[in-house]
Ligand binder design. Structure first.
Ligand code: CA
Ligand code: CA
Ligand code: CA
Ligand code: CA
Length: 197
């Protein structure tokens, strides 16, 4: 006497026998089809617990940068999925549901704000997949977006006014002073610097 589970078996064919009390008894039988209706007893779940991607920090607003996939073992509205981002992620990204098919939801993550690797090099997005059952059930996933550097910062000199005193007898091409500079980009877009006078 196991409980019915639509996700295991969603239809039963039962043979019903009707017999009268006559002597001899007469009977007939019929096959009854029983459909098991779905209840929302499965939460959506992402096909990966953690998704990760790398994008340029110069990616423009509105550009799609990642897709996430969630499935739900129920059917109909109990498996129809919409996606949502945690409040804290909405400053830089947004997510919309792609075409829904076969109880599988696809969420497309796009850039919704200005990205700056120098300010936030990596974004950890908390994604919700929510079905439309009653009550609605939720699954959670994580998308890590690492930003690749673009050379969008000029180096700055530590001191804008560096007094350099040269004497008339010095040889040219000798180091005359120490100057330091700083660049907010990564090494390939920053030091070593070339200095020109
Ligand atoms: Ca179910
Ligand atoms: Ca469900
Ligand atoms: Ca730079
Ligand atoms: Ca940069």
């Amino acid at each position: 006497s196991n409980a019915l589970d639509r996700e295991v078996q969603d239809v039963y064919y039962v043979t019903v026998l009707a017999r009268d009390k006559g002597s001899p008894p007469m009977s007939c039988d019929a096959t009854v089809t029983i459909y098991i209706d779905d209840i929302n007893d499965h939460s959506p779940r992402f096909t990966q617990k953690v998704y990760a991607t790398k994008i340029s920090e110069s990616v423009a607003k509105g550009e799609a940068v990642a897709r996430v996939v969630a499935v739900d073992n129920d059917v109909g509205f109990n498996a129809k999925l919409t996606f949502s981002l945690a409040e804290s992620n909405r400053q830089h990204f947004y997510i919309v549901s792609d075409d829904f098919m076969n109880d599988t939801g696809v969420g497309v993550v796009s850039v919704g704000g200005i990205l700056d690797r120098e300010a936030v090099p990596s974004h950890r997005l908390h994604i919700l997949a929510i079905d439309e059952g009653t009550p609605r059930l939720t699954g959670t996933g994580t998308l890590i977006i690492n930003l690749l550097d673009v050379n969008d910062n000029a180096p700055t000199l530590a001191n804008q006014h560096i007094p350099i005193i040269l004497y008339e007898n010095q040889f040219p091409n000798r180091p005359v002073s120490e100057v330091s500079a700083h660049d907010r980009d990564t090494l390939t877009n920053g030091p070593p610097f070339e200095f020109w006078v």
